[in-house]
Design a binder for this molecule. Sequence first.
Ligand SMILES: *[C@@H]1O[C@H](CO)[C@@H](O)[C@H](O)[C@H]1NC(C)=O
Ligand SMILES: *[C@@H]1O[C@H](CO)[C@@H](O)[C@H](O)[C@H]1NC(C)=O
Ligand SMILES: *[C@@H]1O[C@H](CO)[C@@H](O)[C@H](O)[C@H]1NC(C)=O
Ligand SMILES: *[C@@H]1O[C@H](CO)[C@@H](O)[C@H](O)[C@H]1NC(C)=O
Ligand SMILES: *[C@@H]1O[C@H](CO)[C@@H](O)[C@H](O)[C@H]1NC(C)=O
Length: 274
Amino acid sequence: MFSKLITIAAILSVVTAVPYRLVQRQQPDYPDNGTLVNAPVATNLTRPNPDYNQTTLAAIKGAYTASERLAYIASLGDPNDYFKFDLTPNGSHSNAANGLGGQGYLAHVGNYPVLMGTGLSVAIGYLNPCGLDSIHVHNRATEMVTLVSGVSLKTGFVLEDGYDLPVMVEIGLYQGTIRPMGSLHWEFNDHCEPAVFVASLSNEDPGVSRTAQNFFINPQEIVEANLAYPSWLDSVNTTDYRAQLPAAFAQGAKACYQRCGLTYNPNQAGGISK
Ligand SMILES: *[C@@H]1O[C@H](CO)[C@@H](O)[C@H](O)[C@H]1NC(C)=O
Ligand SMILES: *[C@@H]1O[C@H](CO)[C@@H](O)[C@H](O)[C@H]1NC(C)=O
Ligand SMILES: *[C@@H]1O[C@H](CO)[C@@H](O)[C@H](O)[C@H]1NC(C)=O
Ligand SMILES: *[C@@H]1O[C@H](CO)[C@@H](O)[C@H](O)[C@H]1NC(C)=O
Ligand SMILES: *[C@@H]1O[C@H](CO)[C@@H](O)[C@H](O)[C@H]1NC(C)=O
């Protein structure tokens, strides 16, 4: 029994000795290509979200009860800093998406630790005219998307093998639709004016996996074998190809650009999240 404890203690000390890589909070995960058409205006309530450091995060995580945790967070400063989260470009960096099709902002446990233990996170997506929230998966969350500005949003999800027909829904203003956990899904603003949607997520750490980016990151021969060696890949280096993928939010269908008299930018390089 005693030696077992020593073994466990030894394992724990090895685990705790591994340097903890502190994620830089409030930094964009995506390259700063994005330009937002009709960015939300700053008001006198706008202020940057606060930064947390390793000490404060450890104390928040170490609290045994919600009341201890909230009391500690309250002790950090003004509740207007620590209990609200600003999902606008002026309050936050575009930590969820930043491409030629628009920007996304996510309040999750990493940048808004008051969410710890709540099982909840929320994002706002600002889609430019013809903007596309490209095909992706949330690893740990089901999402409900609600359109709060714009005309309508075309959406689709593919659940899983055996039920792989895309479920396609067009939501109007103040309408919402579900994206089940693990489903491949997308949202497309097929209009000449911007659209804004709110995404409620059923996990404080929802995760996101962009399908094309995380497919083409694999070794060339595996990618080619997955696709049965198509001739269009014969002279393509898939690593270089991946680097040309558009950042989310991407430009949507070319037909939309044409209809709206907008220029589709063929150079969308930089779509790889850092
Ligand atoms: C914020 O601005 C509004 C007008 O836009 C004004 O009515 C309000 O008093 C201001 N609040 C503060 C705290 O300055
Ligand atoms: C972490 O933040 C807290 C609260 O703002 C501050 O008191 C403390 O000095 C900071 N620690 C480090 C190592 O920066
Ligand atoms: C909001 O942020 C943008 C981009 O950083 C900046 O150009 C603008 O001056 C900011 N507006 C205010 C009122 O702070
Ligand atoms: C593809 O290009 C990358 C550099 O962009 C290089 O490291 C890699 O070896 C190339 N792969 C093949 C299969 O040639
Ligand atoms: C987007 O940003 C990346 C790196 O930040 C850059 O390599 C790329 O050329 C940019 N793309 C466009 C279309 O501006």
